[in-house]
Design a protein around this ligand. Sequence first.
Ligand SMILES: [Zn+2]
Length: 185
Amino acid sequence: MSLQQKLEQRANNQCELCESTESLSYISLKDENVEECVCVCSKCADEINSVEYKDINHWRCLNGSMWSEHSAVKVLSYRILHALKSESWANELLEQIYLEEDELAWAKEGIKEESDVVIKDSNGTILSQGDSVTLIKDLVVKGANFTAKRGTMVKNISLTDDPKYIEGRVNGSHIVIIAAFVKKQ
Ligand SMILES: [Zn+2]
């Protein structure tokens, strides 16, 4: 029996995330074996493989799959919920989902940890993705040939992998800014 067939059998021929029976395939979370794969429909596979989820409300189905008896299904549900945690319903499900310690470790392997790098402003306030900040110093922007004036507001900042820097748009240019030179709004 092929891996696909074994998974379909385990899944009773329905998507293990949303229970659809449309064109089933599978997604591997690690290796190509039954324990580390999840049987999914084309809709779920398509959403998972896109850069950003297009149909966020589709994932309300995780309300069911997160209680699966199969670790891989729970792990995948957790990862998707984690990616959607800015949605209040997803955050609520994330608080309810129960994973064994090893399952949680597995789930987190696939999640880029934002908490690894903590970026603070000039006051020591922790900055988050999307925050607005103001510059507390004039910044000479190398390469763009202008000075970003003290007091300039930078909306919707991005965090970097380096605790010293953030990124944002000033005068239409996307620039790197020293975090110690800004103040959170
Ligand atoms: Zn599905």
